[in-house]
Ligand binder design. Structure first.
Ligand code: HEM
Length: 164
């Protein structure tokens, strides 16, 4: 394995770790911790403490999300150059990769928006409800899961072309 190949292995590892932090942390915060904290706050159990813990956990996870975004972009760009320089990069591969990067940029936008939304009171009305959903942590999780599926499809297309 030469230096270039070792760098790509390292970038693939860093990229996969960022995906684990993003999806694992996001799932825990959105599906487990968040609902329990809201329940505890609604039941008046030390409401102020619960709200403080929730806000602090959200801020801390926000820092991990920002770090993951940097890792995604740096490792993603290097993986992209490596793949597009190879024989397995077909038009099909390119289309799926553009779709994956588009979803990733949408997710980065939602993640940044969530940080800002924590400081703002949610608006009322149908349009606001749609905007709320399009910027919601649950949608972020779904988009993350679809992005990982697209990564698996990319690998399959690439290896099938090499193998074909
Ligand atoms: C700017 C953003 C991103 C770029 C440019 C990018 C690019 C890439 C590329 C080129 C690959 C290699 C695909 C192959 O095997 O041919 C890849 C793999 C992957 N990407 Fe991304 N990606 C980005 C963001 C994301 C995000 C946000 C996630 C998850 C939430 C993600 C999850 C993955 C996973 C799980 C793999 C497979 C890694 C492996 O094979 O071990 N990527 N990405």
């Amino acid at each position: 394995m030469d230096l270039g190949e070792a760098l790509i292995v390292l970038m693939r590892w860093a990229h996969a770790l960022a995906a684990i932090v993003w999806l694992g942390g996001g799932a825990y915060a959105t599906l487990i911790l968040g609902p329990r904290l809201r329940e505890a706050a609604d039941e008046g159990e030390a409401g102020a403490v619960v709200a403080r813990v929730g806000a602090a956990a959200g801020r801390e996870f926000g820092r991990w999300v920002n770090a993951a975004i940097v890792v995604f972009i740096v490792s993603g760009v290097l993986l992209t150059f490596d793949r597009l320089a190879g024989r397995g990069a077909t038009a099909e591969y390119g289309i799926v990769l553009v779709l994956k990067i588009g979803l990733a940029l949408w997710m980065f936008g939602i993640a940044q928006g969530l940080g800002r939304r924590r400081k703002r009171r949610p608006a009322a009305g149908r349009a606001a409800a749609v905007r709320q959903f399009l910027g919601s942590p649950r949608l972020l999780l779904w988009l993350g899961a679809i992005t990982v599926l697209l990564a698996a499809i990319l690998k399959a297309i690439y290896e099938a072309t090499l193998g074909g």
